[in-house]
Design a protein around this ligand. Sequence first.
Ligand SMILES: Cc1ncc(COP(=O)(O)O)c(C=O)c1O
Length: 454
Amino acid sequence: MSEPWSSSVDAHLNWTPGTGSTGLADTIRAAIRDGRWLPGVVVPSTRALAHDLGVARGTVTRVYADLAAEGYLTTSQGAPTRVATAGAEPKTGPPAAREARTPRWTLEPGRPDPSSFPRDQWLAATKRVVQHTPNSSFDYGGPAGALPLRETLAAYLGRARGVRADPSRIVVCSGFSHAITVLGRALRDLGHEEMAFEDPSFTLFRDLATAAGQRVVGVPVDDDGLRVSDLHSPTAVVTPAHQFPLGVTLAPARRTALVRSGAVVVEDDYDGEFRFDRQQVGALQALAPEQVVYAGTASKTLSPSLRLGWMVLPRALVEPVLAAITASGAQPPTLNQLVLADLIASGAYDRHVRRCRLDYRSRHDRLVTALPPHLEVRGISAGLHLVVPLPPDAEAALPATAARHSLGVEPLSRLWIDRTARRGGVIVGYGASSKPAFGGALAALLAVLHELTG
Ligand SMILES: Cc1ncc(COP(=O)(O)O)c(C=O)c1O
């Protein structure tokens, strides 16, 4: 085995001769992740590095091109190649400021690939809407949302998710965050003051329900989803198609038990379009449309920046929810609602979702294949995230280790309401990276897990 080598061009590389372009790329990635090659600095020229390492210049050129595609380096015509600055660490300043920086790599859950947004199709749909919509579309909108979107959603949700919808029971809102806020208020006004959430579940929604006047309680989740026999609240908020964060589906017997429990069920169908292993699980709402509020969002299929979501409501909740929407003073812009309606009606939305499904599936499979065999994966093959369980001490070291590798990921245990039930792990959101950066993010994750678990 040859001795590791350090570059005389002061490149601070620990490169092992004979490892070819793969070894050189790994070495440079490690130098960037460890901070030996700092964000923004000009890297050695291909000629100088090739000369120094005694390799062909073409090898260095190829490695630089690959690393640029992965997001480690930036290149532009006529300018020197630099270490990418996205999320660059401030070179000076107190440690707290350095800690708070945006990580270079992200595998944070709950986010779709921002580079997948269908810009051309959105632009084309916007143009069509602006040219053809009547002047009245530019007035204040009603609390239920734009009728063309509600009509389009009724057909789409029936076809794609099996939801029993008609436009008169659909209300457009600003994502699930807004939905849970207005539902919390509307149900409180109807005398339902306690909301049960799956334990674990997304903390933000529990906080929003509390802020809306609800008492929040947790109901445990096992491999069959929510333990319905432990539910004693008038309202239950669930993620039946793909539990967040554990990734299980609600078992058929539990689905039936839940809709028969007498509780108002809020079905958060946040990533129901992305199921990879088998037929999609249809919406729970179809079993009991007068018991279940179906809630969907464009945050995973298109972009969370749109702040666009929708509820399909039991008839008895339509008026109270419209009153709560009015009181909230918030609604997504009518123009965006009309553009989404056009996108769905033209078929562009379906094509986009199909493309994303293929991409997320391949990322999921790549991630599962790359994980070392001593680590298991929890959850079905679906959505934009999976969970890797970790011993508690490894999870405790996760934030600092991930920060050192400039990787954004989320620890699992914080999401429990019942502290005694907490389990350690990492939630890996494989959708969040742009395509070229996914390889780098995956390599950073593997390095983090290697440090944490050997
Ligand atoms: C479980 C769950 N539901 C719904 C959402 C979508 O929320 P919103 O529509 O407010 O963006 C998220 C986003 O992270 C989520 O994690």
